[in-house]
Ligand binder design. Structure first.
Ligand code: FEO
Length: 387
């Protein structure tokens, strides 16, 4: 997908792809880069919808200048001030000093942390207020904590386009040859996942709108089959499992715990489980493991004991889950310990701090290598999991 296209007759994409970034937010692997989306609405008055990460400000300003074709923007609508969208506001204002910044009270409180803005250059809007560009009327919908306090959506009442800030976004540049769901799910649970209740509130507001297209700040513009995307957000934000199957996450010191995890995966499939997704927490992407822990309703945690606790990769993973408000899942525990197995207790202690977590009573303890009696215990566990 190139980055010069029309969303509607009056709305043009002016965002950028970033294939140079290694870690998004300094922590998430983005092998297919990122898109920082920005849009231009051409009417009697001209509005720019958000800027981009300062890493790509030159590309953005060039796209914008080309699209403006000699015109000057009247407004810059700021839906989110996180720097991947707002760090080019200073450069934008240098180039278009007559433009007014449109945001809510929180927007400008927080923007002051990054820029010295003249209050006369701001237009503060409240939830439900509108701004007329001529034929296009923009309605502002405050969506706090999806996923920052100042976030707001904008609805273009003429073209029925929802500018949805980070919601419905994904990792990956617009020219990434990949499906929406996988990278949108990894993005959602790692970045927005903690705020499910706030997302539910937003979905109720969105249900009252006639939406023909969703323009997020990352990822593709969504124009068809919008029910599919709304339904995914409904499942994810309500912490319901999405897919049938079992997710097995393991942290293994010398390979024996890994062997047990793989064996359990085989047993599950042999017993008719539709999917056994397995992740090595020491080597695989932790953000993807977190995504899978939310995706499936049943999760197995298999870990070596370590320092009278649990191997640090597993401990780290559990703290990640807790931080993302992980809940409403069934968990099975497998520990390995040569002289004093301690991993199951350490894992259960962290899980006890999460909401609606059921730990299966069939816990497995392996002492060293996986032996015949361990296979038998794994078989019993697999029976319980496929019930
Ligand atoms: Fe894409 Fe929350 O910034």
């Amino acid at each position: 997908m190139n980055t010069d296209f029309m969303v509607t007759n009056d709305i043009r994409y002016v965002g950028v792809n970033d294939h140079d970034i290694d870690l998004f937010e300094g922590q998430y692997l983005v092998p297919n880069g990122m898109a920082y989306n920005s849009y231009l609405i051409m009417d009697e008055k001209i509005a720019v919808m958000d800027t981009v990460d300062i890493r790509k400000k030159e590309d953005f300003l060039t796209n914008l200048e080309n699209a403006l074709n000699g015109n000057v923007p009247d407004f810059l609508v700021i839906s989110h001030i996180e720097p991947d969208h707002a760090s080019s506001i200073g450069a934008f204002l240098e180039k278009y000093p007559s433009a007014k910044l449109v945001g809510n009270a929180k927007t400008f409180q927080m923007l002051a942390l990054y820029f010295d803005i003249d209050p006369k250059q701001t237009l503060t809007v409240k939830d439900g207020e509108t701004l007329s560009l001529g034929r296009h009327e923009l309605q502002f919908i405050l969506t706090p904590m999806v996923h920052w306090p100042e976030v707001m959506f904008t609805y273009d009442c003429l073209d029925k386009v929802l500018f949805s800030a980070d919601a419905f976004g994904k990792f990956g540049a617009l020219d990434a040859p990949e499906d929406w769901t996988c990278e949108a799910r990894r993005y959602y649970f790692n970045i927005v996942g903690k705020f499910g209740m706030m997302v539910q509130t937003v979905l109720k507001k969105a249900a009252a709108l006639d939406i023909q297209a969703i323009c997020p700040l990352h990822g593709p513009i969504l124009k068809e089959n919008l029910e599919f995307y709304l339904n995914k957000y409904q499942i994810w934000s309500s912490y319901q499992p999405e897919s049938e199957g079992v997710f097995i996450a393991y942290a293994s010191l010398h390979g024996n715990t890994a062997h047990a995890a793989q064996k359990l995966g085989e047993l599950l499939l042999a017993k008719g489980c539709p999917k056994a997704a397995i992740s090595d927490l020491a080597r695989d992407d932790m953000a993807e493991a977190l995504e899978d822990a939310f995706r499936y309703g049943k999760v197995v945690l298999a870990a070596s004991s370590y320092n009278a606790g649990v191997m640090p990769f597993m401990e780290d993973f559990l703290h990640h889950l807790k931080a993302k408000n992980y809940q409403n899942r069934t968990i099975a525990l497998i520990e390995n310990g040569s002289w004093a197995p301690s991993a199951n207790k350490a894992m259960a202690d962290i899980l006890s701090q999460m909401k609606d977590i059921t730990i299966l009573s069939q816990q497995v303890t392996i002492r060293g290598a996986v032996k015949a009696e361990d296979i038998s215990a794994l078989e019993t566990l697999a029976d319980e999991l496929v019930k």
